[in-house]
Write a protein that binds this ligand. Structure first.
Ligand code: PMP
Length: 375
């Protein structure tokens, strides 16, 4: 039977307790949210939703075409200018998602005959970029500039190292200065995915590359998502103007994809301006994460010390992680649950995300629920 093998896979998943299911969120959910990536609490900010509505009224429900045909509005150009300026880069290019931005950056910068060095903890979208690229990928040990150095050794031709700035599973930060040094010794480029750094790290949320003094460097390219701190949807690549021009001409997820919807552009632009006006929001997300971690550790839970807003709590097994997250939910707390195959090391975790607008009482309540429901 066609697709019969799918049922066999489904049975294996069921037996391993790894079935995933969609749970539509109600509009006014009473759950305390430690699961979303809305780090600055901007997704439902009235100015941001009005920015989306205004953009839709002015430009329409969709962008109507690919960026090179009809899908670039003045609003797209404005967001690109302001995003590049904010993060300290010469130019930016907006994509329909952070995923598409990562596929674009890696594939366009790793031609045939090139070497890509990819951190073992990288996000799936960077991994897929490596798989699609014409260059050859070497996976380097997690957060290890020496491993990157060794993987670049002896290669002639274009080379690029790719890494998350803040890893999405454990929330730990990459050693950016060391990575840049390793790349520079070999004349290699560095592609950094700052999905979890933008809006949280760096002066006023300008991101991890900015904090590390790498913003505007001619050998550094940064990708971001508009769907986390900026409370919208979409992604972008930031870098030297000549790299951005190269992407406009060669990146398949730019050329053949419909431009980002105006409402998403309007929401992201409004959120970015709000962040400029209220730079304290960025630091508050990090403070909330550190407080959350402190209280979890005091309650005897094994949590990774956060470098940004993601706090990861170890679970004994995938099944227990799933049950733990479900018990939290039943007690009014939404938490993320990471388990195989989403985690490279096979270790399951609850994944908590702190938000700038979390109160001390909410953090206390969250830790109490997590402690009371622990397996
Ligand atoms: N990179 C990282 C590190 C991420 O966590 C995510 C989102 N989960 C992405 C890229 C993809 O971004 P988007 O959701 O905008 O496609």
């Amino acid at each position: 039977m066609a697709f019969g093998w799918i049922d066999e896979q489904a049975e294996l998943r069921r037996r391993a307790g790894l079935v995933r299911a969609l749970r539509p969120r109600a509009a006014d959910t009473p759950l305390l949210d430690l699961a979303s990536n809305d780090y600055l609490g901007l997704a439902r900010h009235p100015e941001v939703t009005e920015g989306a509505a205004r953009a839709a009224r002015t430009w329409g429900g969709g962008s109507t075409g690919s960026r090179l045909v009809t899908g670039t509005t003045e609003l797209h150009a404005e967001l690109e200018r302001e995003l590049a300026g904010f993060c300290g880069f010469e130019a930016a290019l907006v994509f329909s998602s952070g995923y598409a931005a990562n596929l674009a950056a890696v594939t366009a910068l790793a031609p045939h005959g090139s070497r890509i060095v990819s951190d073992a903890g990288n996000h799936a979208s960077l991994i897929d970029g490596c798989r699609l690229a014409r260059g050859t990928t070497r996976v380097a040990a997690h957060a290890d500039p020496d491993a990157v150095r060794k993987a670049l050794d002896g290669h002639r031709g274009p080379a690029v190292a790719v890494s998350d700035t803040v890893f999405s599973v454990d929330g730990d930060a990459a050693p950016l200065t060391g990575l840049a040094a390793a790349c520079r010794e070999h004349g290699a480029g560095l592609v950094l995915d700052d999905a979890h750094g933008l809006g949280v790290l760096g002066d006023g949320g300008r991101g991890a590359p900015y904090a590390a003094g790498l913003a505007g460097a001619d050998d550094v390219v940064v990708t971001v998502t508009l769907s986390k701190s900026l409370g919208s949807q979409g992604g972008a690549v930031l870098g030297p103007a000549r790299v951005i021009e190269h992407l406009v001409n060669t990146a398949r997820t730019f050329v053949f994809d419909t431009g980002l919807a105006p409402a998403a552009v309007g929401a992201a632009l409004t959120a970015l301006r709000l962040l400029r006006r209220e730079p304290g929001r960025a630091a508050r997300a990090g403070e909330a994460a550190r407080e959350l971690h402190c209280r979890l550790t005091a309650a005897g839970l094994e949590a990774v010390r956060p470098d940004a807003a993601v706090v990861s709590v170890r679970a004994p097994s995938p099944e227990q992680a799933v049950r733990w997250a479900a018990d939290c939910r039943a007690a009014g707390l939404a938490v993320g649950c990471f388990r195989p195959p989403s985690v490279p090391d096979g270790v399951s975790r609850l994944r908590l995300t702190a938000r700038a607008d979390l109160s001390g009482a909410e953090i206390e309540r969250a830790v109490r629920v997590i402690g009371e429901t622990r397996p």
